[in-house]
Design a protein around this ligand. Structure first.
Ligand code: GAR
Length: 203
């Protein structure tokens, strides 16, 4: 079976990008990263991409008249490269129907909480401030809402007494780095099914 052609969208550090790139290099993930899409010039993720030999499509949202306008350019780029799966990995922007519709069921996001709790920005801080004892990470399909799409997989992370945002984030990020490449591999194997709001992984 040919490797799944993926594009990763990221805005920041890129530890999830790295987890995918590592899994591909180690032969644990039957995928090829065709492109990094990044909206922040100088973001550390762009250096990671360069080290991994992955091309970056960098854009400045402010130089476009609208979200739809830059997403149309992104879509053209994804199509040109026959991208089969889009992975949002710390891409801190709302996605409009320009991208969601053509990629529905083929676009996933990782979020640092057990959705539907604590969506949006600062999922880790929100959980800590709320005082929950268990939080975690979620990988879900992207729909038109903010972190609302069908959930594919979740992993729980315990909140410990005395946790700070930094100590909790460390464990959350570790869980993310483990979960995300697994889910992408399940998709590469054609094992993830989507029926309405329900996503399942075939054994
Ligand atoms: C990750 O924790 C990811 O779950 C989060 O951004 C971080 C990016 O880290 N995404 C969101 O909060 C999306 N709502 P990374 O750049 O090191 O992969």
């Amino acid at each position: 079976m040919a490797a799944l052609r993926i594009a990763v969208f990221a805005s920041g550090n890129g530890s999830n990008f790295q987890a995918i790139a590592d899994a591909v290099r180690e032969g644990k993930l039957d995928a090829s990263i065709e492109l990094l899409v990044c909206d922040k010039p100088g973001a550390p993720v762009t250096e990671r991409a360069q080290r991994e030999g992955v091309e970056t499509w960098l854009f400045t949202p402010k130089s476009y008249p609208s979200r739809e306008a830059y997403e149309a350019d992104i879509l053209a780029e994804l199509r040109r490269r026959n991208v089969e799966l889009v992975v949002l990995a710390g891409y801190m922007r709302i996605i409009t129907p320009v991208l969601v519709e053509p990629y529905y069921g083929r676009m996933i996001n990782i979020h640092p909480s057990l959705l539907p709790a604590f969506p949006g920005i600062g999922g880790i801080r929100q959980a800590l401030e709320y005082g929950v004892k268990i939080t975690g990470v979620t990988v879900h399909f992207v729909d038109g809402g903010m972190d609302t799409g069908p959930i594919i997989a979740q992993r729980a992370v315990e909140v410990l007494d005395g946790d700070t945002e930094e100590t909790l984030a460390e464990r959350i990020h570790k869980a993310e780095r483990e979960l995300l490449p697994h889910v992408v591999q399940f998709i590469a194997e054609g094992r993830v099914e989507l029926n309405g709001r329900h996503a399942s992984i075939r054994q």
